[in-house]
Ligand binder design. Structure first.
Ligand code: G6P
Length: 614
């Protein structure tokens, strides 16, 4: 997590850096800082607890001149969020400033060694160790900065994307990465650095995505040079980013989350474009065509993911088992990576990640790869580490997701998983033609039905106002709607800080029912499917205990309408596609409850969008 930005060029660096930090604030927002080499040749560092806007206030009356600088927005790992622990950190001789995203795992050992050499530390961070080490190596060996960085990084264990500014060299920034993303933007006589391309696209669409163990030397008036730790030159393609400003701005919505909820119909059309063809009765995923031999007959599929992506994986399991008759296991990447999984070349691992940077998912992929499994990635961020670490994959193409609570990425992931299950099922001959056609046609109609659902925003807003009093919520669903219940509960927790649990409806009797009283609202996803009658009985049991029920039902349902306190109707669709529709009102419910409670919806406390540490 943490966002890093850098600028070297002809403009005043400060406004570019601040704007860039705001774009990256989704990565962390507990403190922020900037280092500038000012017009007078001073290295000025301004940092403060809080958000980028607090940094702006803090630096308002300070010298922010200079055409080179680096800046950071933090999600604390080592050391509490305060202005001392905020980045940039300065070396003991006052020459170097560093910003860092990641974790230095052996920082304690390195710190002790440096302290034994008399170096004093100001912060509790792991990052400060890096800058002290680099300065120490440079001074001891009387070497240039690049050599010192190369040597220092050889003794560092952990994950990092770093940028370093040298007080005595206003024409250079050195940047390096390992397991944390870093992009270099190349403009006309100017260069940019970013944890992703969003701080860059306003100025240039030409970028270099750095790879692990790359060190980039950015020098005024020269081409960017990339070397490895042994100073071997690394060739890098300059790629064109296809991201536009409108995609990363709020576009009139009060929050990114609401914008992203409302974007879903268009996003799903983008996700299906060129893949779903109703006239030809076909779904095409190039990854499946290109890798038929690996994918057509695996022994089993293991899905690894975290958070919301893991919930999408649970739906994927049902789809793949249903259409393809391949056994599927769904694992938290963080558990999988430390387990002793029995996997081999006959297994396929599907890694799902919006950001494509989640450390645990990346580690799970590496583990599965080392055992010979074939890896299929489902990512949103183009060119991300996970998309590059996998053997093949399908992007979800829903555009940048900025709100920390995932919405459109979830429905995008479920859509890709649906297409994957359909395409693979057809190839394997495990789904009958009639069903294939029915699901395909219904999938194509999902965006239109989502539009319909989104018009119920005001109703959901009214419902949400009733429930702001609650301290606990229960979410129930069965079958395909069980992961929807989990995801609905997660959304509420993340942004409103109300405790919420998702459960398979039938499990309610095995514990959660003890919690139910008139103070605990229960959200039940109770669409008309094979398990409908059983869920109706659950609702009766809940009502008997005086809880208020918010029911998500199929259009025209009269039975539940009479029992529930609030009802939201879903347009009819195939049962396996219900999650795509049912998640919309749950996203809106969480959003409006959080707004009514005055919470910071886009940047909820303690969370970050991209979890690049384990
Ligand atoms: C964080 C985010 C979640 C996301 C999870 C996995 O916790 O706040 O929204 O679901 O990471 O992220 P990924 O990028 O791998 O999908």
């Amino acid at each position: 997590m943490c966002g890093i930005v850098g600028y070297l060029g002809k403009r005043n660096a400060y406004p570019v850096l601040i704007k860039g930090l705001k774009r990256l604030e989704y990565r962390g927002y507990d403190s922020a800082g900037v280092a500038l080499l000012t017009k007078d040749g001073n290295l000025q560092v301004y940092k403060t607890k809080g958000k980028v806007s607090d940094l702006e206030t803090y630096a308002a009356d300070k010298d922010t001149t200079g055409t080179v600088g680096i800046a950071h927005t933090r999600w604390a790992t080592h050391g509490e969020p305060n202005s001392t622990n905020a980045h940039p950190h300065i070396s003991y001789m006052g020459n170097l400033a560093i910003i860092h995203n990641g974790i230095i795992e052996n920082y304690a050992v390195l710190k002790k060694q440096l302290q034994e050499h008399g170096i004093e530390f100001k912060s509790n961070t792991d990052t400060e160790v890096l800058v002290q080490l680099i300065e120490y190596v440079r001074t001891k060996r009387e070497t240039d900065l690049l050599t010192a960085v190369r040597i220092a990084l050889r003794s560092v264990i952990g994950a990092y994307a770093i940028a370093i500014l040298d007080k005595n060299d206003p024409d250079q920034i050195i940047a390096a990465r390992k397991s944390s993303p870093l992009v270099v933007g190349i403009g006309e006589e100017e260069f940019f650095l970013g944890s992703d391309a969003s701080p860059i696209i306003e100025y240039t669409d030409k970028v270099i995505y750095l790879d692990d163990k790359d060190i980039a030397v950015i020098r005024r008036g020269e081409e960017v040079e990339v070397v490895d730790f042994n100073n071997e030159k690394m060739e890098h393609e300059v790629t064109t980013v296809e991201l536009n400003l409108a995609q990363i701005e709020k576009g009139g919505f009060p929050h990114f989350m609401l914008k992203e909820i409302f974007e879903q119909p268009e996003c799903l059309k983008d996700c299906m474009r060129g893949r779903v063809n109703v006239e030809a009765n076909n779904v095409t995923l190039s990854a499946i065509i290109d890798n038929r031999k690996h994918l057509i007959n695996p022994r089993r599929i293991i899905i690894v993911a975290c958070g919301t992506s893991w919930h999408a994986g649970l739906i994927g399991k049902q789809l793949i088992e249903d259409f393809c008759q391949i056994p599927v296991e769904v694992e938290y990447a963080s558990e999988f990576r430390y387990s002793k999984p029995v996997i081999n070349e006959q297994d396929v691992v599907i890694a799902i990640s919006q950001s494509g940077e989640t450390a645990d998912t990346l580690a799970a992929i590496e583990l599965a790869k080392s055992k010979g499994a074939f890896i299929y990635g489902i990512c949103n961020a183009i060119g991300s580490s996970i998309s590059r670490a996998t053997n093949t994959g399908s992007y979800i193409h829903v555009g940048p997701e900025i709100g920390v609570a995932s919405t459109k990425a979830f429905t995008g992931q479920v859509t890709v998983l649906t297409m994957l299950a359909l395409a693979l099922g057809k190839e394997r001959g495990t789904i009958d033609n009639l069903r294939y056609t029915r699901v395909l046609e219904a999938l194509n109609e999902v965006p239109e039905k989502m539009e319909q659902l989104l018009t119920q925003g005001d109703t959901i807003k009214d419902i949400s106002r009733i429930f702001t009093y609650a301290h606990n919520f229960l979410y129930l669903g069965r079958g395909y709607n069980y992961p929807v219940a989990l995801e609905g509960a997660l959304k509420l927790k993340e942004i409103s800080y109300i405790h919420a649990e998702g459960y398979p409806a039938a499990e309610m009797k095995h514990g959660p029912i003890a919690l139910i009283d008139d103070e605990m609202p229960v959200v039940v996803v109770a669409t008309k499917n094979v398990l409908y009658d059983k869920v109706v009985s659950n609702i009766q049991e809940i009502k008997a205990r005086k809880a208020r029920v918010i029911a998500i039902v199929s259009e025209g349902d009269e039975t539940i309408c009479k029992m529930a306190d609030s009802v939201i109707e879903l347009p009819h669709t195939e049962e396996c596609l219900e999650p795509l529709l049912a998640s919309i009102p749950l996203q809106m419910l969480a959003y409006y409850i959080a707004v009514a409670k005055g919470k910071d919806v886009d940047q909820p406390r303690n969370l970050a969008k991209s979890v690049t540490v384990e």
